[in-house]
Each structure stands twice: as structure tokens, then as C-alpha cells.
Ligand binder design. Structure first.
Ligand SMILES: Nc1ncnc2c1ncn2[C@@H]1O[C@H](COP(=O)(O)OP(=O)(O)OP(=O)(O)O)[C@@H](O)[C@H]1O
Length: 523
């Protein structure tokens, strides 16, 4: 059986071999195999031309080259001439058309060139035949485009999140920043637009007043708060926490995934108002543009500084320089009127009983007693100056700023700072001042101790209340300090748009009071 089977197998194989040879040597089969090989070797991926070298030579870096392989399908876009610029722009993209499916061409895109032919100074009706003629001889259409600003991505001012920095930040001195080159340096008072708070540790922001500023990393509110804590003396008691924190910084760093603007703003507001509530340290304050209407009152100008630094001197010079523009409050006192004094000009002279009534009514911004008499500055007296259409100059202790930190007064706070001790010695060498100490000579000159006290007081005021200061004027040479202050106040007086805490722009006073409440802890 075995022998028969093997001879049968040989016979079958011989006859198969013969049949196959016959089949494959036939002409149609050979052609079929040749076609198969040709098709198998062919690359059906479209070959796009290389991007020309000169493409970015004369254009801003937002130029885009879009190359589409030509098919029978129409492009599915209409074009128009932008009347203001004369540019040819994409007017409409038809749903499902080639342009739409490519996802590379959008409404509002400016068309600069098609297949190397400039579209400048051409009319739309010239461009359509040009497109047809160009694409009839080439297998692809290559557009040079300036992409339109995406309307969806350009939020309104109300949706954007702006903050004022309450501290200086220099990335070159920050050992925790993951990439110094990707960071944004800023100074206290700078306004930043926050573009991402996605990362809890490093936010992304750009400086608003610097048109060249690109978004970069800044410490988040939480990071700044923690760094403040670690730089405080108490942190040295917990060294292990410090190292945990810096490791955490690096681990969780990631460059921003974009979320919507509204989400960013909401996230920030949760930070400011809720999660960190009243213990929020001075890091950033949310601000908004305030457009002053001609009918609006002028902002209250609050001057603060250590006693003796020259707040009254600067106030006096401002009043003399423009008495129609500036006004000062008339204080209340319980002391007797002197012969040369007038009621309502030098003081409001009131009885002790009346003064105490005013205290109980919370009518004073600041009050105290001296030489057995009460003295105080009331909110009403500020109203009176503002109602005259003047800029009210108020000097109070910085701890009292919170009394006027409302949308009603919109205070502009100027800190009058001491210069270095050498400059104090030079500028105040011959200055005589009235001393409150009744045992001493009432008029005396500054001592070394006065200078040191003044500098210490200035430092502690800046540490404690610096986040409330809109401007710092160093009072070394009085003429220079006065010029700087006057120029700054003129700028504020004339500016139509100013940055103010967002709570001050709330329309309803009740809402403003509610939304300002979280500030109470850090004013
Ligand atoms: N830059 C300056 N150079 C020289 N003298 C100055 C300068 N600034 C102020 N003075 C003088 O120093 C004295 C104290 O100034 P001023 O009364 O304005 O201080 P102050 O800050 O208002 O203090 P206080 O609140 O205690 O009155 C005044 O005689 C003033 O003329």
C-alpha cells in the first residue's frame, strides 16, 4: 500500500507542476503578476513639496503653510477682501468641504500666497481663476496664511483674569523654579494676566503693560504663600517640611494644558475667597480695568508713612501747587478754638459728648487723644471734599486704610518712604520740627535716634501693609520727591482707565461688600 501511495503522490505532483507551469506561462497570468508587483511597490502617500526656505524671512512668526493634495473635490471656502486692510481673507468654510476636513484653514485667515503667487493687491474675482489655473497644472495647492485670531480663544476683558502682584519676583533668585527661562519676572504693583492656573504650583501669566510679554511661569498663590511661610522665622522649627516642599515642586511641574478662561478665573476666585479665606497672605489681588466716567468722583488719595518722614510737607506742597484740584479733610477736635482759628476751616470744634457720639456711630476713620483733647478724621469730611469734585488727600496710619478700602472711595495709596540714613542726615540736617513730647522743647531738630526710628518704622509698615501700596515715593530730596508724587497723581487724575481691585467694580454695593469681605483678613 505504501509503495502505491508514494507512486500516486509523484504522479499527482508531476501533473500539478506541469499544469502550474502552463498557467503561469500564459500571457494574461504574467501580466497579472506584473501589475500586482507594480501596485505593491507604489507609494500612495501624497508627496508634499518642501517648505520654502524664505518663508519666514519677511513675515512674522505666525505665518502658516498649508499644503493640500488636489482632488476633484472643491476646496469649500469663499474669500473676501478686508475693507480696512485690503487683505484677502477666508470668508466662509463650508461644512464637510476639503478645507473644513483638513482642519487647517479657518474663517478670518489671511491668504498671502497660493502656490508661490502673491495675492497682494488682488481682487477676489481675480483670485478664483488664478486658483483654477494654478491647480490645473500642479498636483497640490499650497497656501501661505496668516492665521486669524481665534474668536473663541479671545475672551472678553470680563472673562480674563487679571491680578496685581503684591510682591517682587525675580526668577533668577528663585531656586525652586523648574526653568528660569520659562518664567516671568515682575515687580510689586505690576498687572499680570493669568492664562493658566492648571498647575497648582506654577501658574502661567504675562505682563499686561508689556506688549512683548509672552506667557511664562509665575509662582501660584499657594506656592508664594508656602514660600513666605518657609522664609519666616517659625519655619526653621520644621526643616523636614521644607525639603518635602521643594521636592514636590519639581515633581508636579507640568507645562500648561489649557482650560477655559472662565474656569481659570473661577479657580483663582475660589483661592482668594474660599479655600484660603481670611488667612490669604499678600500674593496677588484680582484687578479689573476701571473706566472713570466724567461724572464719577475722583479717587481718594491716601498718604502714609512713618512719623516725620514728610507726609504733611508733601500734602502741603500739593495743596499749594493746585488748590482747585486738591483738598484736605477738616479734622474734629474737642479742644477750645484759638483766636486765629475758624470753625470748619482749621477744625470742627465739637463737645466731648458729640465727639463720643461720633465714635459710637463709627464715623471716624482715625481718632485719638492728645493733651487731654480728642482729635479725629471722619468719613463725612472725606465725602465733603470729594463732593466738591476735588481729589481728597488723606493721611492716616496704614492700619486705617481698611476703613476706606471700598468701591466708594477707590483709594490710591502712596507710601512715603525714608531714604537711607546718610541721605536723611544730609537732607534733614537743619530741619526743625514740632515735637509732641510736652516735656521736651516743642521745636527741635532730628536726632540720630529719630532717623533710626523712622527707618525701622518704614520697614515694618512696608512689611505689614506693603500689599496695599499703589506707589512708593522715597522722600530724600524734597523737590524730587514732590515732583515724582505730583506727576504720579496727575497721571491717575487724567487716566481714563485704571486697574482697581475687582470688588470695586461691582455694580451693587451689597454685592461689593460681600465680595470684599475676604480681603478683611489681609488688609
Ligand atoms: N525731604 C525733606 N527734606 C528736608 N526736610 C523735610 C523733608 N521732608 C519733610 N521735611 C521736614 O521734616 C519735618 C517733618 O515733616 P512732616 O511734618 O511733613 O512729617 P510727617 O511725615 O507729616 O510727620 P507727622 O505725621 O509726625 O507730622 C518738617 O519740618 C518738614 O518740613
Amino acid at each position: 500500500v505504501q509503495e502505491e501511495a508514494s507512486s500516486l503522490a509523484l504522479d499527482v505532483s508531476d501533473s500539478l507542476q506541469t499544469s502550474l507551469i502552463t498557467i503561469f506561462t500564459l500571457f494574461p497570468s504574467q501580466s497579472l503578476l506584473c501589475v500586482h508587483d507594480a501596485v505593491a511597490q507604489r507609494d500612495f502617500e501624497p508627496t508634499l513639496p518642501p517648505i520654502p526656505d524664505d518663508v519666514l524671512d519677511d513675515e512674522e512668526d505666525s505665518v502658516k503653510i498649508v499644503s493640500l493634495v488636489k482632488t476633484k473635490e472643491p476646496l469649500g471656502a469663499t474669500i473676501k477682501r478686508d475693507e480696512s486692510t485690503g487683505a484677502i481673507v477666508v470668508a466662509r468654510i463650508m461644512k464637510g468641504g476639503a478645507a473644513d476636513k483638513s482642519g487647517l484653514i479657518h474663517e478670518g485667515d489671511e491668504l498671502k500666497e497660493v502656490n508661490g503667487v502673491s495675492l497682494e493687491h488682488r481682487k477676489p474675482k481675480e483670485i478664483l481663476p488664478l486658483l483654477v489655473s494654478l491647480t490645473s497644472i500642479q498636483s497640490h495647492i499650497k497656501f501661505k496664511i496668516i492665521p486669524a485670531l481665534c474668536a473663541e480663544e479671545e475672551p472678553t476683558d470680563k472673562e480674563k483674569l487679571f491680578v496685581r502682584a503684591l510682591f517682587d519676583y525675580d526668577p533668577s533668585e528663585d531656586p525652586t523654579i523648574p526653568c528660569k527661562d520659562a518664567a516671568v519676572a515682575f515687580k510689586r504693583g505690576d498687572v499680570l494676566q493669568i492664562v493658566s492656573t492648571e498647575d497648582d504650583i506654577w501658574w502661567q501669566a504675562c505682563l499686561v503693560e508689556d506688549s512683548n510679554s509672552r506667557a511664562g511661569l509665575i509662582p501660584s498663590q499657594a506656592t508664594r504663600a508656602v514660600l513666605l511661610w518657609f522664609s519666616s522665622p517659625i519655619s526653621s522649627l520644621f526643616p523636614h517640611l521644607s525639603s518635602c516642599f521643594s521636592t514636590g515642586l519639581r515633581r508636579s511641574f507640568r507645562l500648561g494644558r489649557k482650560t477655559s478662561w472662565a474656569k481659570e478665573a473661577a479657580r483663582f476666585r475660589r483661592w482668594s475667597a474660599g479655600v484660603h479665606g481670611s488667612i490669604c497672605p499678600p500674593t496677588y489681588i484680582e484687578v479689573m480695568r476701571y473706566h472713570r466716567e466724567p461724572k464719577d468722583r475722583h479717587r481718594l488719595v491716601v498718604l502714609v508713612g512713618p512719623s516725620g518722614v514728610g507726609v504733611n510737607e508733601l500734602k502741603r506742597r500739593l495743596l499749594i501747587s493746585d488748590p482747585d484740584r486738591y483738598g484736605v479733610t477738616v479734622p474734629y477736635t474737642t479742644r477750645e478754638k484759638r483766636r486765629q482759628e475758624s470753625e470748619g476751616v482749621d477744625y470742627h470744634f465739637v463737645s466731648v459728648h458729640m465727639f463720643e457720639e461720633l465714635i459710637l456711630d463709627h464715623r471716624f476713620i482715625e481718632y485719638g487723644s492728645h493733651g487731654g483733647h480728642y482729635y479725629g478724621t471722619s468719613l463725612d469730611s472725606v465725602h465733603r471734599v470729594m463732593a466738591e469734585g476735588k481729589v481728597c488727600l488723606l493721611d492716616v496710619h496704614p492700619s486705617k486704610i481698611k476703613r476706606v478700602y471700598t468701591s466708594e472711595f477707590k483709594p490710591y495709596v502712596v507710601f512715603v518712604k525714608t531714604p537711607c540714613i546718610e541721605e536723611l542726615r544730609i537732607t534733614r540736617r537743619r530741619v526743625k520740627f514740632v515735637c509732641d513730647d510736652e516735656d521736651a522743647n516743642p521745636v527741635r531738630i532730628f536726632s540720630e535716634e529719630d532717623f533710626e526710628d523712622m527707618i525701622d518704622m518704614a520697614e515694618s509698615m512696608e512689611t505689614q501693609y506693603g500689599h496695599l501700596f499703589d506707589r512708593v515715593v522715597v522722600n530724600g530730596d524734597i523737590a524730587t520727591a514732590f515732583r515724582a508724587l505730583r506727576a504720579d497723581l496727575e497721571r491717575i487724575y487724567e487716566a481714563e482707565v485704571q486697574w482697581v481691585p475687582v470688588d470695586w467694580t461691582c455694580s451693587s454695593p451689597a454685592k461689593a461688600r460681600r465680595s470684599c469681605s475676604h480681603l478683611a483678613g489681609w488688609i
